[in-house]
Design a protein. Sequence first.
Length: 454
Amino acid sequence: MTKDWYNEGLPHIWRPYCQMKTEPPPLPVVSTQGCRITLADGRELIDGIASWWSACHGYNHPHIAAAVKKQLEIMPHVMFGGLAHEPALTLARRLTEIAPAGLSRVFFADSGSVAVEVALKMALQYWRNLGKPHKDRFICFKDGYHGDTPGAMSVSDPEKSLHKAFKNSVIKQYVLDIPADEYSFAEFDTLLGGINGNVAGLIIEPLVQGAGGMRFHSADILAEIHRLAKKHNILFIADEIATGFYRTGNLFAVNEAGIAPDILCLGKALTGGTMTLGATLASEDVFSAFLGDNPDAAFMHGPTFMANPLACAAANASLDLFFPSPPGRRWRAAPDEDDARYDTPSPAPSGHPLPKREGKDWPSRLESIERQLAGQLAPCRTLPGVVDVRVKGAIGVVQMEANIDVTALKPKFIGRGVWVRPFRDIVYLAPPLVISTEELGMLTEAIHVILRDA
Ligand SMILES: *Cc1c(COP(=O)(O)O)cnc(C)c1O
């Protein structure tokens, strides 16, 4: 029965990021629960990458599911042009309350890539509105990845990213190395001084570059890049689509550097991995450049499903879980709900252990995940072919000296009951933030054993 939808549908599916002539067929999934994915043949996989970094509370969290169900009956969707609704306005207020200082306006988009497109367009039009239309290029970084749409592609690494086939078809931007020391910062400073007349903004994945190569930089380096961008009148755009919501240990990666971007992009874990939603937050300075008597100064963007109420309800529910009892605030959309549920971590699927992490607060949970990842991945360092092991928050990376034979490796992970997707020379983990020590241990052990025996 299950095989019918699979065999009949498969010839009509165009799959992401793969050579379909040679790629093995996808695994049929029938359900998810907690940190696990259940396949049609009954096997369960522990998800090591949280559905592309999104399922931060694990799958099917009852609080998020209840919020979405409730919203579904009230209003699944209504256009955002000329209309407003509670889930979006509540979410906007809450996001501005938790975001770095000064980010006071929220533009909702329908995915991470679109949130990046919105950020780039905002920066371009900001300068146009201020009478500086020649500031129309962006600074971005090698190994960076900002999404799959043309604007986002143009600010991703043109050689190494998923987009190299298009490098001559997108706008050319300034693709720089992330400065690493005093010497390269001096060069960076000089360079920015030379090009700032035609640069609208700088876009960076703070602390951790994700899909472009899983490279890390320090909070000091991030703070210095921010300082120099500001010095040279360049808008600082933080793409926290992957790093946001505690992935790197802090609520937002920029918090560790103590900086406030002009524009902040959110996505992925924003809805707890339940629905697609992006958000672009802007400072009041950016926003106010769009106010005026000239209708052309208005921001011309508005996706059909912008601020989708179901997605906003999921995001509000996800924030409830991150901020169980904010002092002096009544954040919960449903005041009739039992307070106690917010004090318990994500309920485990039947038959699986409850996630147990010492410390109820998220930063200490993240510390505990980071410690476990660091401790359990460290033995990979001495394996042949491994050049680096690095860990930041709930991100663990094993880097190999050469590109991995992904096709050979993937079935071995499946065989050990874990869902891990190596790419290029990287094997990484970015599990749900509620993962139990036991489940995380199974993920790290699978990586160690499989790389050792490879
Ligand atoms: C995933 C990602 C995006 C794109 O988000 P989508 O929802 O896939 O469009 C953009 N920037 C970063 C840093 C990402 O990790």
